[in-house]
Design a protein. Structure first.
Length: 316
């Protein structure tokens, strides 16, 4: 190996690694560059140690890598701290600040679903208007489609499918909220589906089975949808009434908050998807399954109104 030529070829990357190692703050791209240069220089040092007897060159690169190693580890710690701050401050505070919106969405959703359920269960004309089959026995009978839906696929694949679908539904409710009506329509269609299913199961005398399969995952899942809908409607209302800020400034601020909510809900929906994939179809007694769902729901509410409230008050 021609050590001089090798040194000349790589000295710019070594200089860049030294520069990044001494830099106080790094952007995301610079942190990635630092890690890539650190790995590459480590390999180069190993190659030189096996071919070059030059102790000065070996010592210099070793010192450079020692300094870079401390910076790399520090960058990773900072990244984990940023993730921790997101879930202990940014996300719960953003959800707490819009709680009147999503609790309002929740109240309207439950009222509409309950009203539709009562209408469908006691009226043949309601079924004709909504296009529901006259004989829904394949859906409502024991072992019918309503129940087998949760166990027709492997648990892990079903949980992933449910999570993906719920993330999509929440994203539609959130990001179409800027136009208000599309978000209202998406939320109404979800309430319609829940209400019709409840009405048909009630008419078949199987309302206990309905709640036994819906509540374990549905409490947290629907809360996430309510939060997404509330955030979306808040974003749309900001376009109408920006307050004391300019419309552009108000939208930019609320848009960032909505993006924070959207990112955090991905994790919340992963929890509800796991419950739906593994707990709902488990065959455990309904009180046990519902109890697990209730614990998850209460945990989220305590998280928002406890951690989120403190974080929101502390950042005012």
């Amino acid at each position: 190996m021609d050590v001089d030529a090798y040194t000349y070829t790589h000295r710019q990357s070594w200089y860049r690694l030294d520069q990044l190692s001494r830099q106080h703050r790094l952007s995301g791209a610079e942190a990635d560059e630092l890690m890539a240069l650190y790995r590459r220089t480590s390999q180069q040092l190993s190659r030189l140690q096996s071919h070059s007897p030059d102790p000065e060159l070996i010592g210099g690169l070793s010192a450079l890598l020692t300094r870079a190693r401390g910076r790399v580890l520090g960058t990773r710690v900072e990244a984990w701290r940023a993730v921790g701050r997101f879930f202990t401050h940014s996300f719960p505070a953003a959800v707490y600040r819009i709680w009147p919106w999503w609790t309002g969405v929740a109240a309207a959703f439950v009222a509409i679903a309950a009203g539709l359920g009562v209408w469908v269960s006691g009226s043949g004309s309601a079924r004709r208007i909504l296009g529901v089959p006259a004989d829904p026995g394949s859906l409502t009978s024991p072992g019918g489609e309503f129940e087998t839906y949760y166990s027709a696929h492997p648990h892990d694949a079903f949980a992933a499918q449910v999570w993906t679908n719920n993330v999509w539904v929440s994203a539609v409710a959130l990001f179409t909220g800027l136009l208000i009506l599309p978000a209202v329509y998406a939320l109404f269609m979800n309430a319609l589906n829940v209400g019709v299913s409840a009405g048909l199961m009630a008419d078949a005398g199987r309302l206990d089975a309905f709640f036994g399969f819906i509540l374990p995952h549905g409490m947290l899942e629907l809360t996430a949808v309510f939060v997404a809908g509330g955030a979306g409607l808040k974003l749309g209302w900001t376009l109408i009434d920006p307050g004391r800020r300019s419309r552009a400034q108000a939208l930019a601020r609320q848009g960032r908050a909505s993006a924070t909510v959207a990112l955090g809900l991905v994790a919340v929906l992963a929890v509800s998807g796991t419950i739906e994939g593994f707990i709902t179809p488990s065959g455990w007694p309904a009180p046990v399954r519902i109890g697990i769902g209730l614990i998850a729901e209460l945990g989220f509410l305590v998280y928002v109104f406890g951690v989120g409230r403190r974080a929101a008050k502390g950042s005012v």
